[in-house]
Design a protein around this ligand. Structure first.
Ligand SMILES: N[C@@H](CCC(=O)N[C@@H](CS)C(=O)NCC(=O)O)C(=O)O
Length: 217
C-alpha cells in the first residue's frame, strides 16, 4: 500500500495526489509538514514534502514519484505512448517546473506565509516569469489539453502550478501574469476542473488552505 505524505496546500503534494487519483491507485494520506527534525529526515532526506512510502522504501521528488507511478502502474497511462510525444510531454513539465514555478516560488513567502520579499527580487522574478510564460505559450497546445488532444501528466502539473502562480502574481503584482500570457487560461482551468480527481484535490486544497491560514493568525 502507498502512503502519500505532505499537506494539501502544497502544489507539489497535490501534483502527486492528483496523479494517484487519476490512475485509480489505492493510497493513504498522512499530513506531514516540512522540517529539519531527525524523525522526518529519516523519511525524507531534505525534510521536504511530498514523499511516498511504498513497501520497497521511500521516494522523494514529485517528478520522480510521477514517473515511478507511471511505470509501476501502467494502466490508465498519463504519458503518450509515442517516444517523441512522451518527450514533448516531459518537456512541458520540465519547463513548468524549472522556468516558471521555481521562480514564482521565491514569492510564496510574502504571498502566503506572512514574510516579505525585496523589491529587487520581485522585479527579477517578474522578468523571469515573463520569459518562462512567453516560452510556455509557444510550447503549449491547449487543444484542448496542454500537450494536445489527450489529458496527460503535463495537465496535472500545469493545472496545479497555474493556480498557485496566478494567485501569487495577483497578490504580489496586482495582475495575473499567467492569464496575460495564456489568454485561454480560464477555459483551460475550467476544463481540468470537470474531472472528478481535480475536483477532489481542489476541494481538499481549499479546506487545507483555510485551516492553514487560520492556524497562522
Ligand atoms: N523538487 C521538490 C520540491 C518539494 C518542495 O520544495 N516542497 C516544499 C513544500 S511545497 C517543501 O517541502 N519545502 C520545505 C523546504 O524547502 O525546506 C519536489 O518536486 O518534490
Amino acid at each position: 500500500m502507498i502512503n502519500l505524505c505532505g499537506f494539501a496546500v502544497s502544489n507539489y503534494y497535490n501534483k502527486t495526489k492528483l496523479v494517484l487519483l487519476e490512475k485509480g491507485i489505492e493510497f493513504t494520506e498522512e499530513e506531514v509538514f516540512p522540517s529539519q527534525d531527525e524523525a522526518l529526515l529519516q523519511r525524507s532526506p531534505l525534510g521536504k514534502i511530498p514523499f511516498l512510502e511504498t513497501e520497497q522504501g521511500n521516494l522523494t521528488e514529485s517528478q520522480v514519484i510521477l514517473e515511478y507511478l507511471e511505470e509501476a502502474y501502467p494502466d490508465k497511462p498519463l504519458y503518450p505512448a509515442d517516444s517523441f510525444e512522451r518527450a514533448k510531454c516531459r518537456e512541458l513539465i520540465q519547463h513548468l517546473e524549472l522556468n516558471i514555478e521555481l521562480h514564482a516560488r521565491r514569492l510564496y513567502k510574502e504571498a502566503f506565509f506572512g514574510g516579505s520579499v525585496s523589491e529587487e527580487i520581485k522585479q527579477e522574478v517578474k522578468e523571469r516569469l515573463e520569459i518562462g510564460l512567453k516560452g510556455l505559450a509557444r510550447l503549449a497546445k491547449f487543444s484542448p489539453f496542454i500537450a494536445g488532444q489527450t489529458y496527460t501528466a503535463a495537465d496535472c502539473v500545469a493545472w496545479l502550478h497555474f493556480f498557485m502562480i496566478s494567485l501569487t502574481c495577483q497578490k504580489i503584482y496586482g495582475v495575473d501574469l499567467v492569464a496575460q500570457y495564456i489568454p485561454t487560461l480560464a477555459n483551460y482551468m475550467q476544463l481540468i476542473e470537470t474531472r472528478p480527481a481535480a475536483q477532489k484535490v481542489a476541494a481538499e486544497r481549499a479546506a487545507g488552505m483555510a485551516a492553514f491560514f487560520k492556524s497562522k493568525k
